[in-house]
Design a protein around this ligand. Structure first.
Ligand code: PSU
Ligand code: MN
Length: 314
């Protein structure tokens, strides 16, 4: 482990990640909130390891990121992952929570938003997760829009995902990204995917099939002066996917239950995901684990193509 100061925020890198970054080798940043809040114990620890293995299978080094002891940990060890997976009550830390949790020195699990903040500070241009946050259903009334989307307008990171979580309003999520000039490219697919469902029913704004063209597009986005993210989607494998109609019925029921139980704000994502898991006899959780890994493998592959593109000097 080595501690590298970034202004006054210490970043602690695993040796493997530090070496990869120093050599210009591909690294993919991964979130830790999916470990503490996305999946139940002990599937969460096993999945985090599978996701890391998938990044390696794609050809890159994984860097799972969390905060602890007032520092940003870039490249959690297996022991770190086990500890985070097994410790109840670790706070979900999005971008705005980061300064306070770092100041207090406790453990914090990073969402997509705070992970891309950390990735950029760490000099990691790629991040992968299955389902990004987005505009919640009814968001035009509640104004519940995930900080993930706002952070994409501020952090220079390529984000590989399987679209946005099915529990969201995916049409409004796409509108928001378009308005905010965040590119959304679907890799070898015509559709914008919906997390553990193959398609959201919305066509993708752009399709690209070639890894090098994706690498060049990302660099072009930044060369054009955009200090923002570049989204690349890859759908769940058909064998792992869940039927869209079945899951929609479960989501409708879960949303009604959430309203009745007065669940809103930060807690709604976890509540809805768990309710849908229960309604599908755990099949949605299984699909969630599968899509996290398959997305991470594509992330590793595209990060490798991007690192190679940079190495050649464009
Ligand atoms: N994807 C999952 N499970 C999750 C999340 C994403 O499969 O739990 C988390 C991510 O950490 C994402 C967060 O950043 O949900 C978004 O939460 P909110 O809608 O409260 O911003
Ligand atoms: Mn929210």
């Amino acid at each position: 482990m080595s501690a590298l100061p970034h202004d006054s925020i210490p970043l602690v890198f695993s040796d493997e990640v530090a070496d990869a970054l120093a050599e210009g080798s591909p690294v993919v940043a991964l979130e830790s909130n999916v470990i503490t809040h996305g999946l139940p114990y002990p599937d969460n620890a096993a999945t985090a390891r599978k996701v890391e293995a998938a990044v390696r299978a794609g050809g890159a080094v994984p860097a799972t990121i969390a905060v602890e002891g007032g520092r940003i940990v870039v490249g959690m060890t297996d022991a770190d992952i086990d500890r985070f997976a097994a410790t109840p009550g670790i706070p979900k830390v999005s971008s705005r929570d980061m300064p306070v949790v770092l100041a207090q020195g406790g453990m914090g699990a990073l969402t997509v938003a705070s992970s891309v903040v950390a990735a950029e500070l760490a000099g990691i241009p790629f991040f992968s997760s299955a389902g990004i946050g987005g505009v919640h259903r009814g968001g035009e009334q509640t104004m519940d829009v995930s900080s993930d989307l706002i952070q994409f307008t501020r952090s220079k990171v390529a984000v590989v995902c399987a679209g946005a979580k099915k529990i969201l309003d995916l049409g409004l999520t796409l509108e928001y990204l378009e308005t905010q000039c965040v590119p959304v490219v679907s890799y070898r697919s015509d559709d914008f995917p919906a997390f553990y469902c193959t398609s959201s029913g919305f066509p993708s704004p752009m399709r690209l099939d070639d890894d090098e063209v994706i690498a060049r597009s990302i660099e072009n986005h930044w060369a054009l002066g955009n200090h923002s993210s570049f989204l690349i989607t890859t759908p769940v494998r058909p064998a792992d996917a869940i039927d869209s109609d079945e899951v929609d019925a479960a989501i409708d029921a879960a949303m009604a239950a959430a309203e009745r139980d007065g669940i809103r704000g930060q807690a709604i994502t976890k509540y809805l995901m768990r309710a849908v898991d229960a309604a599908t006899d755990g099949r949605s959780a299984k699909a969630n684990m599968a899509v996290l890994a398959s997305t991470a493998e594509v992330g590793g592959r595209l990060a490798a193509a991007h690192a190679e593109y940079r190495r050649r000097g464009g």
